[in-house]
Design a protein around this ligand. Structure first.
Ligand SMILES: [Ca+2]
Ligand SMILES: [Ca+2]
Length: 325
């Protein structure tokens, strides 16, 4: 027979707190940490007041002024508790990618004169590789995109960019034009959907190409830059015009003229302001195409011919108009 003698104060067993893990409801059970996270950085902030509030909610007889909570981190050399609130990284996570490393957050709760209760919760670190910067699928680096001059385009290009960060809430990408020395990006804009627009139609004769650089950043300010060219295509939007309005040719009367006629002079060629040779095609014709005396044998050449010799006594001046087209 064993006789137990006890001190009077311990004869009445203290009431147990019976706290559940619910008191840790504000603390996540898992947090993601990048593999290259700096040692000493704060991974999580514990709020003791929230913990006490949760404890008091479990029993209305608990008194906040008589409640004390002490926090500890157990079973981990990866994290430490700083100032009783900050969970800080205490060791490099290099080499732990895709691993889950867990520690316990322990709370020693003392309320009134009740038996202290230790309650703990697992806190796991999910080690991830730091997300890479956004991936630009379109437009390709150094690609060339052609657009016609004088043509209004609602939009020029629609960027196709994805981010390796999977959380769609954080996946909003930021698009921006990078200023270059030549103001190439000045008349362009890019919106939050990645639509590139030009403020006004292009004019090949003013500028035939623009070298654009855009930067696409994720929420983490991890950015990717892509450079491409907007090439303007020339259209035949300029007509040839004569800069020399009047020209005078002299020919001796009764000049012998063969079957093919003879050239009486080359007039100054018309000019076409179009930027490319093929859009500067210039042809000539006499205003009166059925002229009995004068003709232009090759409508590409600014050369005027006569079919037969002229007689000064019959007519000494012939006024002819030539058209370019
Ligand atoms: Ca032209
Ligand atoms: Ca043109």
């Amino acid at each position: 027979m064993i006789e137990i003698t006890a001190d009077a104060t311990t004869q009445i067993p203290k009431q147990s707190l019976n706290l559940s893990i619910e008191v840790f409801q504000n603390i996540p059970s898992e947090i993601s940490v990048f593999e290259d996270e700096t040692v000493g950085s704060v991974l999580l902030v514990l709020c003791k007041d929230d913990l006490i509030k949760n404890i008091l909610q479990t029993n209305s007889s608990f008194n906040s002024t008589l409640t004390s909570v002490e926090l500890f981190v157990r079973n981990s050399d990866l994290i430490e508790l700083f100032k009783e609130s900050e969970i800080r990284l205490s060791k490099s996570l290099k080499g732990y990618i895709n691993q889950k490393l867990c520690a316990q957050i322990e709370a020693n709760v003392i309320i009134n004169s009740m038996e202290p209760q230790i309650i703990s919760k697992n806190l796991c670190l999910k080690i991830e590789a730091r997300p890479k910067s956004p991936i630009i699928h379109f437009p390709a680096q150094n690609s060339v995109h052609k657009f016609k001059e004088n043509t209004p385009y609602d939009s020029l290009l629609l960027f196709n960019v994805t981010s390796p960060i999977l959380d769609p809430k954080l996946n909003g990408l930021k698009y921006g034009l990078i200023e270059t020395n030549y103001d190439d990006g000045q008349q362009f804009s890019i919106d939050s959907r990645g639509v590139l627009k030009a403020a006004h139609p292009f004019d090949y004769e003013k500028r035939d190409k623009y070298n654009i650089q855009t930067q696409i950043c994720d929420f983490n300010d991890s950015c990717t830059v892509v450079a491409f060219r907007i090439q303007v295509e020339d259209l035949n939007d300029h007509c040839p015009t004569f800069m020399q309005r009047i020209e005078i040719f002299n020919i001796t009367e009764n000049h012998p003229v063969g079957q093919d006629g003879i050239e009486i002079g080359n007039f100054t060629a018309a000019e076409d302001a179009d930027g490319t040779a093929e859009k500067r095609s210039i042809c000539y014709r006499l205003e009166n195409e059925n002229d009995a005396l004068f003709f232009i044998p090759d409508n590409r050449k600014p050369a005027l011919f006569i079919r037969k010799s002229l007689d000064r006594e019959e007519q000494d001046i012939h006024n002819k108009a030539i058209k370019s087209f």
